[in-house]
Design a protein around this ligand. Structure first.
Ligand SMILES: Cc1ncc(COP(=O)(O)O)c(C=O)c1O
Length: 428
């Protein structure tokens, strides 16, 4: 097409979003499909936040590009209290229409390369391509819980150009991986000796099941830009508000991002920024809400990992969030008999024959296309009902053993459908 720049002529939309729209259409048309392909919170927005949003519907003025002062102040207090990040001031914060957009703006401002774990979240690579930055993949292994290591950084990033950035997603999407203090310390030591900065994507931090999120920012404050928001823990993805926090020594980068923001999105939605103040207060109501969400997710995630693992699939048990990244490699020979040789073909067959939608590890998540990994989002259950049921049991106790079977039936049915499909595979 003569009007288009070459790199956009064949560019596709985000695979997860496109697949989600396709599946929703099929479901609307009456097809029964278990949708484990899209990752968004299954839970309702907390009542008090909904009320706050309603009461600020009259806030219609443009706000400062970096965001409302009071919200930025609250963001700093929240991260100081919960994560121990006391070095950020409101001037170090920029609020945007989702953290995703702010990551993109950062990439547009930087002049080096982008370093990504592989597998990793669908969006980082396309964003770096649009921004015109080169990408380097740092492969992680299931045997190591899909984690980056300090030794790997020393080996593969030591010569990186100035202005390069490592995107470090912790807790991770799609693998559910989280890092210990020791692992973060070793990463920080290795990164300190390179030219690169780190974009710490901690959007799933509050969904660490044990409530004990550990942040790389603590170990490497001068190089880490914190990226997070309210989309995941407060179930507000569609509200479109996220934020970045820059250490003071990186103020010139923040200023550049602010300039790009002022010439692109102008500011994040005003009513949402006002309503977020109540969420970021992180009072007893928010803490209780998030603890119930975590307890439900940990039970459902644990069930999925355990059941698939018992069926012969290789799965790392999740510690946070809504995802697992199972590897169906043990079934390779039996897939071959059916003519299945890629992860995408396997997902097509699972959708067609088991009516379960999954997104293949490659290419969407930068895993190799010949591998049989998938991202499985265990969120196709009625989150409002599950929260209500969870509310009947003290947070000091575990949920009853039949909780998942009773309250997350669609997820259980989906996993059973996958297991039945695996059993039906021809012998090799
Ligand atoms: C790893 C990761 N980072 C960032 C985002 C973007 O979140 P938002 O733009 O809603 O703040 C998502 C959303 O799916 C995500 O999974």
């Amino acid at each position: 097409m003569e009007h288009l720049r070459e790199k956009f002529a064949s560019m596709q939309g985000a695979m997860n979003l496109e697949q989600n729209e396709r599946i929703k259409e099929l479901q609307k048309a009456g097809h029964k499909i278990y949708h484990l392909g899209f990752g968004q919170s299954p839970f309702p927005v907390p009542d008090f936040a909904q009320e706050a949003l309603q009461s600020h519907a009259d806030k219609a003025e443009y706000l400062p590009v970096k965001g409302l002062q009071k919200t930025r102040q609250r963001i700093c207090e929240y991260h100081a209290r919960i994560d121990g990040h006391t070095h950020f001031t409101p001037d170090d914060v920029i609020i945007g229409p989702g953290s995703k957009d702010l990551i993109f703006l950062l990439m547009n401002a930087l002049k080096g390369d982008v370093y990504l774990a592989a597998p990793t979240w669908t969006t980082y690579k396309p964003q770096s391509v649009i921004a015109g930055l080169d990408c380097h993949l740092l492969k992680t292994q299931r045997e190591n819980g899909w984690k980056l290591t300090g030794d790997q950084i020393k080996r593969e990033c030591i010569d990186c150009k100035p202005g390069s950035v490592l995107i470090f997603c912790n807790p991770d999407n799609p693998t559910g991986a989280t890092y210990s203090e020791k692992e973060l310390g070793s990463l920080a030591d290795a990164i300190r000796n390179t030219n690169m900065l780190v974009l710490c994507d901690e959007i799933y931090a509050r969904l660490k099941y044990d409530g004990e999120h550990r942040s790389l920012v603590t170990y490497l404050p001068e190089k880490c830009i914190l990226s997070t928001g309210i989309s995941k823990w407060a179930s507000c993805g569609g509200w479109r508000m996220g934020y970045h926090m820059y250490p003071q020594n990186l103020r010139p980068i923040l200023k550049a991002v602010q300039a790009i923001a002022s010439n692109s999105f102008t500011c994040c939605s005003a009513p949402v920024q006002y309503a977020a103040i109540s969420l970021l207060q992180f009072g007893d109501n928010a803490v209780e809400y998030v603890r119930h969400c975590r307890r439900v997710l940990s039970n459902v995630g644990g069930y999925c990992a355990k059941t698939l693992s018992a069926a012969g699939v290789q799965v790392v048990h999740p510690n946070a969030g809504y995802y697992i990244f199972p590897d169906f490699e043990p079934f390779r020979a039996r897939f071959k008999v059916k003519g299945i040789t890629t992860g995408e073909q396997m997902c097509d067959a699972i959708l067609k024959e088991a009516k379960v939608c999954l997104l293949a590890g490659g290419p969407a998540f930068l895993d190799e296309t010949s591998r049989f990994t998938v991202r499985l989002c265990f969120i196709n259950f009625d989150g409002a009902q599950a929260l209500k049921e969870s509310g009947k049991f003290s947070l000091n106790d575990p949920l009853p053993t039949d909780f998942v079977a009773k309250c997350c039936k669609d997820t259980v049915d989906a996993i059973e459908a996958i297991v039945t499909w695996l059993k039906s595979l021809p012998d090799d």
